[in-house]
Structures are given as C-alpha cells and as structure tokens.
Design a binder for this molecule. Sequence first.
Ligand code: ADP
Ligand code: MG
Length: 408
Amino acid sequence: MTFHTLNELIAEGVRGRYVLVRSDLNVPLDGFTVTDDGRIKASLPVLEKLTDAGARVLVTAHLGRPKGAPEEKYSLKPAVARLAELAPFKVVLAEDTVGSSAKELSASLQDGEVLVLENVRFDARETSKDDSQRAQFADELVALTGSNGAFVDDAFGAVHRKHASVYDVATRLPSYQGDLVHTEVEVLQKLTTDTQRPYVVVLGGSKVSDKLAVIDNLLGKADTILVGGGMLFTFLAAVGHQVAGSLLEEDQIPVVKDYLQRAAAAGTEFIVPTDVVVAEKFSADATHETVPADAIEGSSFGAKGIGLDIGPDSAAAFADRIKGAKTVFWNGPMGVFEFEAFSGGTRAVAQALTEADAFTVVGGGDSAAAVRTLGFADDAFGHISTGGGASLEYLEGKELPGLSVLDR
Ligand code: ADP
Ligand code: MG
C-alpha cells in the first residue's frame, strides 16, 4: 500500500484551508482526570505541523464506548483540556459533533487554530453497520470543511474500525496519512517482515479472546510466546489444570489446545507460568499467596481463589527469555498491575524489555499505561504503540479499513 503523506498536503498548501484530522484522544480517565496522556502527546506533532502551516484544523476523536448519544462521562473535555495545556496553538472544544456549536465554531475558526468536535460516538451513525447512515454522518462532518477541505488520518488506534470518521470521510476528501499512523505502521512492518530473531511475544491482559486470535498468525513467526495475564488460565485449563475462580474463557479451550498442538511443528514455543499469585478476592488489599500453577485450587482460598498475577519464578523465566531476544512485542499486562500487590509480573516484564538489547514494542492502552504508572520512561522502549486492537489486527494479518481506504 502507498499513501499520500502529511508532508505532501503541507507542500500543496493548507493556509486558510479546513483540514479534518482524525486523532486518537481515547485516553484512560479516573473520573475526569486523564491518567495517561500518551495518546494526546502522540497526537500533537501532526496538529502542530498543520497549525504552523496555517490550516484551520477540525479534530474528530472518540472516547470510550458511549451508546450513540451524548453522555457526560464520555465527553472529550478532560482530554481536550490536557491537549490545550500541551499545545502551542489555540484549542477549542465544540459542545456537539456536527450540531449548531460545531457549525458556529468552525465557521469562526481562524488560520492556525484547532477546533475539536465532541466525541464522534455521541452520534450513533459513527459506528453504524448501515453504510448509508455512516455516509450521512460523514457528509455532515465533511460539510464543516467547506469547499477545499482535506482529511488526515492520524488515529492509529482506530484504523481497524470501519467508522464514519475513519473510513467514510476518507472516501469524500483528498486524504493523507498522518505521521503517527505512518510511524506505527513502520513499526508493525518490522514485526512481520524480516523480523530479527529471536522474536519473543509477550501476551497478557484481560481481553482474552482478542489476544488469542493473534496467536494464529504468530505461530511459525514468533520463536517464543510468553503467556501471562488473564489468558494464562485458559492455557492452564487446556492442559487439564483447575483454575478456581480465575478469569477463564471456557469456549476458548479448544482454540488453545489447537495452538498447543500446532506449536511444535510451527517452531514456536509457548511458555506458560509455573507459579501464580492467587488472591482471596479481586481487591487491592486482598490476602494472597503464590502457588504452583498446577495447584491453584490448593491455595488457602480453595475454589474461590483468583489468580491475579504471574508468580516470581515465572516472572524471572519470562525476563530471561526477553533479555535473550532481538525483537520483543508485548501486549497486555501480566497481572492486575493497578493493584500494587499484583504488579510484580508486569514490572518484571517491563524491566526486562528495557534491559534487552532488542527492538522492543509495547502495544495496548493498559500496557502503555502500566509501563508509565510503574515509572518507566517512554524512551526506555523501542516504541510504545498508541493502538492495542489495531496493532493486534495488523499482526493477525487482517485488512485494516482505515489504512486501505487511504491507499492511493
Ligand atoms: P491492553 O489495554 O494493554 O490491550 P487489556 O485491555 O487486554 O490490555 O487488559 C488490561 C487489563 O487486564 C488490566 O486492567 C489488568 O488489570 C487486567 N488483568 C491482567 N491480568 C489479569 C488477571 N489475571 N485477571 C484479571 N484481570 C487481569
Ligand atoms: Mg485495555
């Protein structure tokens, strides 16, 4: 695929033109406070390039999963407040997406200013499966750009979505790939073609079936897959162990069995934890103990115990493999890192990535947040991706609608 770049658009001239930019401002919030502003910072360079060149920038973005109607807790207000703090240009947030506020504010926008439209998912047409619904919404977004508009997709975290603000607007305006999307795709290419070996993939987190799907395409490509987080219990169950009250996706057991069977022939080794930290309940101050992975029900909490982290032996074994790698892709925390008592596995994996003499990539919103809240610097890693689902789908070999629509 080849794309028109942001630099091409700048070279064409954007002064006084409306440029619609799809950004990824989908940041984690604690109430109305942004807890990780990584995606906001990653969105800044493109907005700066455009405003420096005199464009009138209209930003579309989503936050969370509102149900197609405005909801205060999914307002872009906190994200835009943080953007305004960081930005050297003027930023305003419209009260709606394509309503009277968006229309008035865009009409009075000056060269070099940015207007962010409210959460695109406040409009049910954004994510509609009905092409004509999305088309209608895209037409209304495009209408805000006047007669000489352009579109820049810079929201890597949303390129796997066939949504109006990602896909349909790109079929209506001259469209360009933003620098963030460009960088992310370059990184992913390194993980799929001529990858430096040993190639170690670390998978964890709680979206078990999403994460399991990527393994299919990694068999034969990755040398080693380290299994942690919520999905490890489906692996333990697949080899016949009891997992007590731990996160388990029973319907995925056959899928895991199939992977385990195909792994040896494919030349990929799975490493599943040998010890697990089991807690009495899901809470920060829960009583907990470390037990062998094949004896989870044997903990003091019996059938009620929940595995919330990989144990120290497993963390050390994972760290060893990571340090011996030339390429590492990590998606999904090893445990419930939000609780200090269950953050050890995630911390050990993060530490090992920073020490490895390897190209290291961290993907996934919570994984990125984890390394930052655990105190690691962004530049200690080769790349911290802004996209979780998008990078997984890329690695799965799926077509990403937001990328193919930009193909010229
Ligand atoms: P990412 O956003 O990096 O793709 P996910 O969204 O899949 O990752 O999962 C992140 C969440 O997984 C974290 O909030 C973490 O608390 C949770 N998690 C990790 N291990 C476990 C576990 N053993 N049981 C329940 N939740 C877990
Ligand atoms: Mg997540």
